[in-house]
Design a binder for this molecule. Structure first.
Ligand SMILES: N[C@@H](CCC(=O)N[C@@H](CS)C(=O)NCC(=O)O)C(=O)O
Length: 262
């Protein structure tokens, strides 16, 4: 069986899980212990980041390389278009998702962590000692925000960058169910995966209950993005029944009202 070396909360891992689920491939998740587990990964692959996919004797690092490997090795339900223009658009959007949206989303999460006690404590690893948890929870918001601002983590700037990202996605999705057209592609899975940090889904992966449905203020809770955000974050949900994905949509907490338009 395929093995996915992962961190449950990694948004690049999420991109790969979505593709594996969409293709209906069985896989076993192997949770990597930060630090020591990454040394093991380094010995196996020459790099220390997740995701890494193991297929028999083959090990592939990097979410984009993994998605390409999966499409070549398991061509049913392809996610990278064959037609030249669609393929180019798909790969460009995937790259934008990985290198722009993912960074904005990560900054958004950091700004939530610095501003919100619930985020700060809920996202700490479960084995974090209680005294450290309460120390971090008690740090004043102003102090953390001031520390974050010089490295481009000002909450207003991040919120505006994310809103702009979502507006671009909404404009594309206003006239078609998926980013490249009528079928989901690697671009949709990349956007869906990496935007996990903008708004944490409900009933989905092992997200702590305290942050489920929560996210970057002014983005995750904005009525303006209620619908576009759902499409941007979870493009797969566009036509779950047609894709035989009704059960998957339930598991992931997507509401049927999200799909009314289709
Ligand atoms: N370009 C890589 C990025 C992977 C990445 O940034 N992984 C993070 C988790 S989201 C990681 O392993 N961080 C641990 C580290 O850098 O030591 C991909 O697309 O897979």
């Amino acid at each position: 069986m395929l093995e996915l070396y992962q961190f449950e909360m990694s948004h690049f891992v999420e991109k790969v899980r979505l593709v594996l689920d969409y293709k209906g491939l069985e896989y076993r998740k192997i949770e990597v212990v930060p630090g020591i587990g990454q040394l093991d990964l380094f010995q196996k692959t020459g790099q220390r980041q997740v995701p890494v996919l193991k297929d028999g004797e083959t090990m592939i690092a990097d979410s984009t390389a993994i998605v390409q490997y999966l499409d070549n090795r398991y061509p049913d339900k392809p996610v990278i278009p064959v037609e030249a223009k669609e393929r180019a658009l798909c790969l460009l959007l995937e790259q934008w998702a990985d290198e722009v949206l993912a960074i904005d989303a990560r900054k958004g999460l950091l700004s939530c962590i610095s501003q919100n006690v619930t985020f700060r404590t809920a996202l700490l690893p479960s084995m974090t000692p209680a005294p450290l948890k309460s120390f971090l929870g008690g740090l004043p918001v102003n102090l953390l925000s001031n520390l974050a601002a010089p490295v481009g983590l000002g909450a207003d700037k991040i919120r505006e960058a994310l809103r702009e990202d979502l507006r671009h996605l909404s404009a594309i999705l206003a006239t078609q169910p998926y980013l490249i057209g009528s079928q989901p592609t690697a671009a949709d899975f990349a956007v869906a995966g990496v935007s996990m940090y903008i708004k944490f889904p409900t009933g989905y992966v092992n997200v702590p209950t305290a942050v489920q449905g929560e996210g970057v203020p002014g983005v995750a809770d904005s009525p303006e993005f209620e619908r576009s955000f759902c499409l941007a974050r979870s493009p797969l949900c566009g036509l779950p029944e047609a894709l035989g994905w009704a059960g998957e949509a339930d598991r992931r907490g997507w509401r049927s009202s999200d799909f009314d338009q289709y």
